[in-house]
Design a protein around this ligand. Sequence first.
Ligand SMILES: [Zn+2]
Length: 63
Amino acid sequence: MSTTVVTGVACLVCDSPLDIESGSEKGEIVECGTCGQEHELTDTSENGYEVSLAPEVEEDWGE
Ligand SMILES: [Zn+2]
């Protein structure tokens, strides 16, 4: 069962609407279907969701 709801949350990069599955929990990663930017759910409530940019996993090996 996978219900996609319109949350009114927009991608922080390209401003496209993000589809966040109902029942998603805080801390889940939501990927923008348009630009691929990952967002972390920082808050969930009945009224909507808040997201912030997911920290990029950067492996810096130095040069
Ligand atoms: Zn985007």
